[in-house]
Design a protein around this ligand. Structure first.
Ligand code: ADP
Ligand code: MG
Ligand code: MG
Length: 249
């Protein structure tokens, strides 16, 4: 599904990604861990096509299509979803209306008409029940006064509504409580199927108790320095990251 080869990327002329190789097949869940500042968020932004980042070498291929020339919107329309680390507040727009707008924007890009209202309601009901989102939440103004956990819930709700082929979840560095972790895990586990793939970027080994990844990668200083199975996450919890860092002079 996703093939990344020798990816190098800069921000403001500073090289952050220094040769990433990563292959994600349909049906797989991958986790990326690593110390703060190692380039994990940069990688997710570069996959999503954010314009502040300059790809200087390598390639990103999604379903046999080179993504290099596509803007973030076009990538989203191909089925790549990136969770937003810092969600926007939109006063006056309810959660429900935001979800309708996202779905219809997605359909429009595929040349489809708006989803019929009854079908939309059914979808919203189905997905909100699946994630145990109550009705009051649906009529609230988007992200306004939301707790960290509610923001997460909203984000995962949007992911469930859009049903992306590849979901990239980049966790914030700040603490998420256990309920928020469970919401994320539940959304991801429901999305898991032989046709979808998930890339979870996290500091929390704990999250991986709920989302059991097929592969774990460790990123240090812009490179994937080690890959393994979920056991690697436990090893990291025990030993930290220092043993994987290149020797400093
Ligand atoms: P991680 O997600 O692993 O914590 P990031 O990808 O956020 O790492 O950051 C990698 C490096 O890039 C850090 O040194 C960070 O300071 C730098 N960086 C990230 N975003 C920007 C930016 N917008 N402008 C300049 N430097 C940035
Ligand atoms: Mg960081
Ligand atoms: Mg980050």
């Amino acid at each position: 599904m996703l093939k990344i080869k020798d990816l190098h990327a800069n921000i403001e002329d500073k090289e952050i990604l220094k040769g990433i190789d990563l292959q994600i097949n349909a049906g797989e869940v991958h986790a990326i861990m690593g110390p703060n500042g190692s380039g994990k968020s940069t990688l997710s932004s570069v996959i999503a096509g954010k314009e502040e980042y300059e790809m200087t070498r390598g390639e990103i291929v999604f379903e046999n299509e080179d993504l290099t020339e596509l803007d973030p919107e076009e990538r989203a329309h191909r089925g790549i979803f990136l969770s937003f680390q810092y969600p926007v507040e939109i006063p006056g727009v309810s959660v429900t209306n935001f979800m309708k707008a996202s779905i219809n924007a997605h359909r429009k890009s595929q040349g489809l008409e708006d989803m019929p209202a009854n079908e939309m309601l059914k979808l919203i009901r189905e997905k909100s029940e699946m994630l145990e989102i109550d009705r009051k939440f649906l009529s609230r103004s988007l992200n306004q006064g939301f707790s960290g956990g509610e923001k997460k819930r909203n984000e995962i709700f949007q992911m469930a509504m859009l049903n992306p082929k590849l979901a990239i979840l980049d966790e914030t560095d700040s603490g998420l409580d256990i309920d928020a972790l469970k919401v994320v895990a539940k959304g991801v586990n429901k999305l898991r199927s032989k046709d979808n793939a998930v890339l979870v970027i996290t500091h929390y080994q704990r999250l991986l108790d709920y989302i059991v990844p097929d592969f774990v990668h460790v990123m240090v200083d812009g490179k994937i320095v080690k890959s393994g199975t979920k056991e690697l996450a436990y090893e990291l919890e025990e030993k930290g990251y220092d043993w994987l860092k290149p020797e400093t002079v």
